[in-house]
Design a protein around this ligand. Structure first.
Ligand code: FAD
Length: 467
């Protein structure tokens, strides 16, 4: 297909959106290159996002279970337990190295050419990368997102006093007091890591509840569980300044609605107020591509932009900033470029908070579903699930929201030890247009956590067995 162009497809950015798009395009027989400015492939997700955070969440969970008597409760006695933080961080770095190297291997295997350097448009079919101009019939923008700064607050990840998520994945010592600005997914996950390793954690959230965008009942339950784990959660509170002196930080806060200011002393402050799309320096003005009010690139359902031959996927376009959403869009855009029909159902994108217990949801919140019409809701507590009881991890519940008339499942929310794994069942059921009755009459293995999804679906119909 390439004829007068160097490539059929040039992808800018090798995160989950970009590297997946590049591999799929190559699999479909298109001559493909991928420009990436980072030293390693895999984007935010593999380098400083999903993977290192999950490695540290796992390791810190094991440490907490060993140190704080959880294993002893199961009859496992240990001698003294101590933390080797450098080894824990090295293990995380090894996981990142292995996975980013894996993408490099997949590029070679699929004959995707990695153009190393920052890419910038010259026109709609040509891009400059590291001083060299390359042309492509199709260009996919998959440049992802970066941490949103808090005005007036300077991040210094090397010093480790005021850090962003990247810095919080590599603190050289456990802070006595960690203040997390932002009660969203990233703040709560990284707060959990350092909390389990011994830090006192204070979360400052501007809104009146943590976990914006999630189901109301889930947000309340999550706040209760984090408080039980020792988090101090201060909702309805805004940060007005952070001053650093003598290797410590003073965080000035006041009620979001206005009122008396106070100062909180911290060893480390994590700024986790969100992420913003990466579009600066891309030369979008040269191709006449404008951004929406949130700085994102708008696309059609096929991921084409207003500029012929230019496409976009992942965090740089609207929708939840999640790796699996970016990946699915990467596959779809490549298929659309190849003349196939690539579709992503944005109504069924699961989201997960990998804390303990995990928190997950897919589809509509109960509040959003009620705004659209009459619903039936079924709930089942993990306390009544035999597997959860057997392993003493009974926090949380499953909630199934169904259309009152058609019984079609509109949303599923789970707070449970393995909620991130359990939610896949709900996503698949919803993708297939399942009713709550379909789930209720599906045979689930016993004893499993997923039986709670079945029981919650039975509760929609008014007849759970174990409650
Ligand atoms: P990115 O992964 O951001 O990749 C974009 C790439 O483009 C980057 O490597 C960048 O260097 C490159 N780039 C940018 N501009 C240029 C240019 N001009 N030229 C060349 N290259 C360029 N999501 C989940 O689903 N699950 C999780 O558990 C999860 N955990 C997270 C934890 C943390 C701490 C963070 C920060 C994020 C987490 N995310 C998670 C979000 C997830 O990482 C992103 O949604 C995902 O990486 C987005 O993929 P992307 O391909 O759109 O962009």
């Amino acid at each position: 297909m390439a004829d007068q162009f160097d490539y059929d497809v040039l992808v800018i950015g090798a995160g989950p959106g970009g590297y997946v798009a590049a591999i799929r395009a190559a699999q479909l027989g298109l001559k493909t290159a991928c420009a990436e400015s980072r030293e390693t492939l895999g984007g935010t997700c593999l380098n400083v996002g999903c993977i290192p955070s999950k490695t540290l969440l796992h390791a810190s969970h094991l440490f907490h279970e060993a140190k704080d008597g959880v294993l002893a409760k199961h009859g496992i006695k240990l001698g003294s337990v101590s933390l080797d933080l450098p080894a824990m961080l090295a293990d995380k770095d090894a996981a990142v190295k292995g996975l980013t190297g894996g993408i490099e291997f997949l590029f070679k295997k699929n004959k995707v050419e990695w153009l190393k350097g920052l890419a910038s448009f010259k026109d709609a079919h040509s891009v400059e990368v590291a001083g060299k101009t390359v042309t492509a019939k199709n260009i996919v923008i998959a440049t992802g997102s970066s941490v949103t700064p808090l005005p007036g607050v300077e991040i210094d990840n090397d010093r480790g006093v005021v850090v962003d998520s990247t810095g919080a994945l590599a603190l050289k010592k456990v802070p006595d007091h960690l203040v997390v600005i932002g009660g969203g997914v990233i703040g709560l996950e990284l707060g959990s890591v350092w909390g389990r390793l011994g830090a006192k954690v204070t979360v400052i959230e501007y809104l009146d509840q943590i976990l914006p965008g999630m189901d109301g009942e889930v947000r309340k339950e999550a706040a209760k569980l984090f408080a039980k784990q020792g988090f101090e959660i201060r909702t309805g509170t805004k940060v007005t300044g952070v001053a650093v002196k003598g290797g410590k930080a003073s965080v000035t806060v006041e009620p979001a609605a206005g009122g008396t200011a106070e100062t909180i002393e911290a060893d480390t402050v994590l700024v986790a107020i969100g992420r913003r799309p990466n579009t600066q320096g891309l030369g979008l003005d040269k191709i006449g591509l404008e951004l929406n009010q949130r700085g994102q690139i708008e696309t059609g359902p096929d991921f084409s932009t207003k500029v012929d031959g230019v496409w976009a996927v992942g965090d740089v376009i609207p929708g939840p900033m999640l790796a699996h959403k970016a990946e699915d869009e990467g596959i779809a855009v490549a298929e659309n470029i190849a003349g196939m029909t690539g579709i992503v159902n944005h109504d069924v994108i699961p989201s997960v908070v990998y804390t303990s217990p995990e928190i997950a949801g897919v589809g509509l919140t109960e509040e959003a579903a009620r705004e659209k019409g009459e619903v039936k809701v079924g709930k089942f507590p993990m306390m009544a699930n035999s597997r959860a009881k057997a392993i003493s991890a009974t926090d949380g519940f499953v909630k199934v929201i169904a259309d009152a008339e058609t019984d079609r499942v509109l949303g599923v929310w789970i707070v449970a030890d393995p909620a991130g794994t359990m939610i896949a069942q709900a996503a698949q059921a919803m993708e297939f247009g399942a009713t709550s009755e379909d789930i209720a009459y599906t045979c689930h293995a016993h004893p499993t956590h997923n039986e709670s999804v079945k029981e919650a679906a039975m509760a929609v119909l008014g007849k759970p067995i174990h409650m």
